[in-house]
Design a protein around this ligand. Sequence first.
Ligand SMILES: Nc1ncnc2c1ncn2[C@@H]1O[C@H](COP(=O)(O)OP(=O)(O)OP(=O)(O)O)[C@@H](O)[C@H]1O
Length: 245
Amino acid sequence: MYPVLSVTDLTYQIKDQSLLSNISFHVRKKASIGIIGESGSGKTTLGRLILGLLKPTHGLISLHGKVFPSGHRNERRAIQAVFQHPLASFNPEWTVRESILEPFRRHRPILRHFPATSEENLMTALSLAVGVEERLFDQLPHQLSGGQIQRAAIARAISIEPDIIVMDEPTTGLDVVSRAQIIELLERLQQTLGVSLVLISHDIDFIRRLCSETLVLRDGRAVDLIDRLESGSAYTQRFVEAGTW
Ligand SMILES: Nc1ncnc2c1ncn2[C@@H]1O[C@H](COP(=O)(O)OP(=O)(O)OP(=O)(O)O)[C@@H](O)[C@H]1O
């Protein structure tokens, strides 16, 4: 069986500058890969390439063994994003509910896990799945706390049952309790939905809890691709011991 996501020899250049060079890895169903590295090492650029928002200079991304993006309408459903500042990804003039329903209305997917007999049923199921009281979905995005809007962003991402969610710094700015809740939520979603995760983070403990494999970037190159953070190079160990990058 093909991995859900394959990245092969991916290189991204702007003019003569290589922001990423020869990156390769696979992610299987229900598995998670962590992407870590110093500021400016290329993590967000890699996330944007995986989402099809940037076009690689060389190399290949494939979903279930097929080149991505191919232009096929349905492939966009398979891969969803939760960005670093979730508030900025919500339309400030729409209720949170309207924003959450937007991808569902656009894709009209056939759902296996969530009941999609009506939008109301779907919203109730999503509220339970992410642990946000349903009445909060009728608020405007700025009226929710950082943890609540992060979970609403996750609700939007899972509403169309993607195969992969790419998350950029999902714990930044969250208090300890909200951070722990996000970790538990992601663990649960992996088990119940079978979703694979690509987690970009500076938070070593977050990566350790959730990821079966970790890619360490330095200046756009892969330094380590490891299943245990402790088995990384001396470079990686310095940051693992510090707990952050
Ligand atoms: N559009 C662009 N044009 C030129 N350089 C860019 C562009 N986008 C990113 N870069 C450069 O590419 C490098 C990698 O940036 P990227 O945002 O991917 O790093 P990062 O690892 O996500 O950093 P951080 O942890 O600070 O978010 C940086 O040196 C950045 O300045």
